[in-house]
Design a protein around this ligand. Sequence first.
Ligand code: ZN
Ligand code: ZN
Length: 371
Amino acid sequence: VSAPAAGTAARAARASLELEQLELDAMIVDAPFDLRYLTGFTGSNGLALLMAGQSSSSRPNLFLTDFRYTAQSAEEVDPAFERSTIAGELRDAVPALLEGSGRLGFDETKLTVRAHRRLAEQMPEGWELVACAGLVERLRLVKEPGEVELIAAACELADAALQEILEQGLVGRTERRVALALEQRMRELGAEQPSFPSIVAAAEHGALPHAQPRDVEIGGDVLVTIDWGAQLAGYCSDCTRTFATGEGISEQAREIYELVLAAQLAGLDALRPGRSGREVDAVARAVIEQGGQGEHFGHGLGHGVGLEVHEGPRLSRTASDAPLEEGNVVTVEPGVYLPDALGVRIEDLVVMRSDGPEVLTRLSKDLAVIS
Ligand code: ZN
Ligand code: ZN
């Protein structure tokens, strides 16, 4: 079995095959990340009308945009799509492009009720609208080697940026200053942007998993959680480390740190193709439960990362039974959050190989003192 060819043309061909299996004749793709994945287009207003089959006799895939993006789409959009520039709402142009009769797929998680009604009213005789959410997202779950390379490069860049920021110390700087410096450094090193707003949360503020950096100076002898990522050529990285700002942190803080680290390592160890995200979550969660902190680990163990910083597959108590696969890129990020006291989260981003995870985020996980 040869690996599928990389590139957007091969992706569109795979998507077309999926359409056939769902007995769809065409599908509207206009969610930005799905559209970028299939066509290469990075603008904010584009629509692909993907056709089933793609044999020599079938109709070509179409790409629609407005005049602002005519030049950009000529550069970016894969030649597997026939391009047109449209005035007005792109979706309104679709019904006139449909020939004969058939079934038109749309992503019901992305279309508003109003937009769906409008489309349904315009559909030509003999055409039916069919919900088929997740079709492109499913293709995105398994990364091509080129995608993994970009994610690995984003991880390396983010690691380097944080290391430089830590050299300047943490104590006496505000959470906001550290976050800004980190984001600026990532851009200087070549990131398009941070892949999400950086989290820098010290002491009791670390008990909020999604803490916003405050204008509050970081003190000594506390824990500081930093969750950050870089975006490179559209692909994201995601990593968390928790540091101590002095040797004088509490015994409880040390214990929680070691517990979270043990859970994180157990989670990594449990990652194998064929296991489900729910099973892997359960392995790491059991470690935290045995440490008596189960109620303080309220989120899932991890999530997929790619063009989006949060995508499938999920590693959580409510994740599907679908087996994880070689080529999935997921985080492993257990945390323990003690309200009004402290928080610890340790997160790696890994790519699933045939024999287990390859860790892409390389900074040490031994509790480091950064004062
Ligand atoms: Zn993160
Ligand atoms: Zn994450």
